[in-house]
Design a protein around this ligand. Sequence first.
Ligand code: TXE
Length: 487
Amino acid sequence: MPIQPQASHYIGGRYIENETGEPIDSRFPATGEVIATVRAADAAIVDQAVAAARKGYEEWSAMSGADRGRVLCAAARILRDRNEELAMLETMDTGRPLQETRVADAASAADCLEFFGGMADKIRGEQISGEEGFIYTRREPFGICAGIGAWNYPIQNAGWKAAPALACGNAMIFKPSETTPLSTLKLAEILTEAGAPDGVFNVIQGRGKTGQLLAEHPGVEKVSFTGSVPTGLKVNASAASQLKHTTMELGGKSPLIVYDDADIESAVIGALLGNFYSTGQVCTNCTRVYVHETVMDQFLAQLSEMTRRIRIGDPRDPETQMGPLVSDTQLAAVMSYIEAGKAEGAHLFLGGGRPALPGLEDGSFIEPTIFTGVRDEMRIAREEIFGPVMCVMSFAGDEEVIERANNTAFGLAAGVFTKDLRRAHRTADRLQAGICWINNFNVYTVQPPFGGFKKSGIGRENGFAAIEYYSQVKTVFVHLEPLAPAY
Ligand code: TXE
């Protein structure tokens, strides 16, 4: 499969190039080599995408929910058939190992398309009794939704946004991150192949400026964004200035609480998955691990042993468990946090350097890193690092740890390990987070809602809840009797 796409943008069911757009290179993060170049969309391309999406929307929204659902389910099947090829493309673009991209990317987009494909003909309103008649509500599409994605899970991001948006009858224009522009073009091709009318799902490339043009375009009715909190605040402000609806999936600094009665081996596995999967580039990651002081030694001993076993290397090798970070820029950002941790007096327990990998010297690899002796006020314990850097902190009491866990501006996810059912649910009840895991971490399916409290987001993706964020309610009053004279 050629990695260089036919053209940069996919608009109105076909590839479109704009020769004058700023070139953007996509690199294979394990070697740094350029694997493709796309060009950023300017205002004219954004206008073209909006016009195509409007046409697509008119046709798509007039189709029955059942027909729309069939298209989404057909797209899910094609994604699954092509999973191996799409996994390799995602590995080349993101640097994440094949072990992950085979299960968490196109496959997750397929799950989501299937879930919302099945729901497209089941979107319901209410019926309310009224005087001399009745009232009913309908859920109607907004029109054109913009999707703006992050670089960690590009096709999954696009699938999670497109599936509910399209199920509700909207059209979508998706802008992937400039760092990982490739796989969402494949999703667009596949939706066309599955029978989506031209213009229903469009992809345009570009950096923040293109994202801003899209979010501010008067023809776009809703903006769904995944990325960092600072950018999310900007995008939300742009959208709010025109009173557009938004879904914001932003960052986190999630806590994991390991009580003294926890199954320590499971807790260590949870902490590893919640810090080192995708080289730590996951928004829900439990980068603040609070371990009860009485089990700290046991926890650290197992943590150290299991971390040393992680196989770092070429992400195309099916045996590799941890690949590079997505880019040199991200590597520099994560290394600067490691330096900050050391400077602020945290103890570097493991890692902290660059692994020696023959043949991959130019890749943005980093060792899985663990700090102990971390205090809550340190930058590494407060800011989203988005790399494999775990902070382990000790605590003595339940009240204390819950208060510390909640003492953050973020509220995306949280986890607790304990064998005591009451303690588990009491803690989940108190944690200020949109997603809580009890005795596990970072396991996802598309059936439950996904999203954050506080600065971690607005709205929800996935689950029945997503329908509320990709449709608007119309109330219809029905009067069955002749009207009495009014004056
Ligand atoms: O994300 P951004 P970036 C964090 C992570 C990382 C940092 C920067 O800490 O180090 O963000 O990554 C588009 N109007 N996360 O730069 O800036 C941009 O082109 C409209 C956490 O990739 O948030 C991209 O498509 N759009 C996160 C998208 O927004 C704009 C996942 C995200 O960019 C825009 C990824 C603007 N003004 C990174 N400016 C998570 N927690 O899930 C940029 N964009």
